[in-house]
Design a protein around this ligand. Structure first.
Ligand code: SF4
Ligand code: SF4
Length: 368
């Protein structure tokens, strides 16, 4: 099982999407609809003893925030006392705060970089890209060998250009893999059909370019670890038999909130509707996407309903949500078209099944 643990709601950055979301969530109607838990503290009050009883050695505990490295002493205390696998989702600015012997025990690290320097700094603040890359280079030189997944939030549709930049970081062995989420302001009511239709048109063009490039590399025996492509490919080809949400939220991936409740997803960590238990009683129920549109959809078994938050919040008009589903259908079909050729390359031994393997449910959401 994968567990995110919210160490704090505080963050050392004010990124365009995240900060605005946290400011608007209480004004957009979700407060009344979802019954937020007012008793959720800002910093984790979960005791080490309770955590020790709850987390098993085979589980992975993923430090999450806000920015988890703001709570570096809590991270050290947890790692000193728990015998399990560890992960972290971080903006990468404060990586130096955690001593290397702790960092080396973290085998999965999700770092937020939104593409090249210009794009990352525009979204996340001046000089952020340079600091994060410097920190990651330093980790490499000090022998860090875990997986570094770049987590990209997409506010603009130029996916191909930005992913190609990140591929250059893979070539330099600074990072290992990439995933992205479209941020279209799902937490707002101001859906603009014309603007977003244009985004979808451009984004889909970029998907075609990227899938073609990815397949071309496979022809040469190289499989780049682009999570949305790997996750979708594994489901289409049948290696992954799962048909529920590919992020695993609500059944394989849960979140320990700052008060010790168990939530289905780190994004909705203080929403009572998404509580599944607490660290004393354990997990009492699973939560899945239940949506009429999804159940009728031919892509449901691959897409799984995309996201619990988005499918439940429904702040956009149905035509806005349909445009998102259009991007999902386009991406799935783009990969589907390549499957016969990739199967052939597998048969010929040009690539191997292991090259398409990836660990599930620790953060990369698969359906962007
Ligand atoms: S594409 Fe849209 S309608 Fe279809 S399963 Fe995914 S979220 Fe649901
Ligand atoms: S895709 Fe949605 S449900 Fe899954 S982890 Fe992300 S926000 Fe949560």
């Amino acid at each position: 099982m994968q567990y995110h643990i919210i160490l704090t709601e505080r963050c050392n950055l004010k990124c365009k999407y995240c900060y605005e979301k946290s400011m608007q969530e209480f004004d957009n109607g979700l407060g009344e609809k979802w019954d937020y838990d007012e008793d959720t503290p800002f910093d984790s009050e979960v005791s080490i003893d309770k955590l020790k009883k709850f987390i098993k050695p085979e589980d992975r505990l993923i430090f999450y925030g806000g920015e988890p490295l703001v709570m570096v002493e809590k991270i050290k205390e947890i790692m000193d006392n728990l015998d399990c696998k560890f992960g972290i989702q971080t903006n990468g600015i404060l990586l130096k705060r955690l001593p290397i012997e702790y960092i080396k025990r973290i085998d999965k690290m999700l770092v937020s970089i939104d593409g090249d320097s210009e794009r990352t700094n525009f979204n996340r603040g001046k000089g952020v890209y340079e600091i994060v890359i410097k920190n990651l280079k330093e980790l490499c030189s000090r022998g860090y060998s875990g997986e570094v997944v770049v987590r990209m939030t997409l506010l603009f549709p130029d996916l191909f250009k930005q992913v190609k930049h990140l591929i250059s970081l893979i070539e330099e062995e600074i990072i290992n893999s990439i995933h992205w989420q479209i941020d279209a302001g799902f937490y707002k009511f101001d859906f603009d059909k014309e603007k977003f239709s244009e985004f979808v048109k451009e984004y889909n063009k970029n998907i075609s370019q990227l899938v073609n490039w990815w397949t071309n590399e496979i022809r040469n025996g190289k499989v780049y670890l682009i999570y949305p492509f790997l996750g979708i490919f594994n489901r289409i080809i049948g290696w992954d038999k799962e048909t529920k949400l590919p992020c695993g939220s609500g059944y394989e991936n849960f979140t320990v909130t700052t008060s010790g409740k168990i939530s289905s997803c780190p994004i909705m960590n203080s929403v009572k509707k998404f509580y599944c238990g607490d660290i004393e009683k354990g997990i009492e129920k699973e939560i899945h996407v239940q949506d009429d549109e999804c159940e009728k959809c031919l892509n449901f078994k691959i897409c799984g309903g995309r996201c619990l938050y988005w499918r439940n919040a429904k702040l956009w008009s149905p035509e806005g949500d349909k445009l998102i589903c259009e991007t999902i259908g386009y991406l799935i079909n783009s990969i589907k078209e390549k499957v016969p050729e990739i199967e052939n390359l597998l048969k010929k031994g040009i690539v191997k099944k292991e090259q398409f393997e990836y660990e599930k449910y620790f953060g990369p959401e698969i359906i962007p």
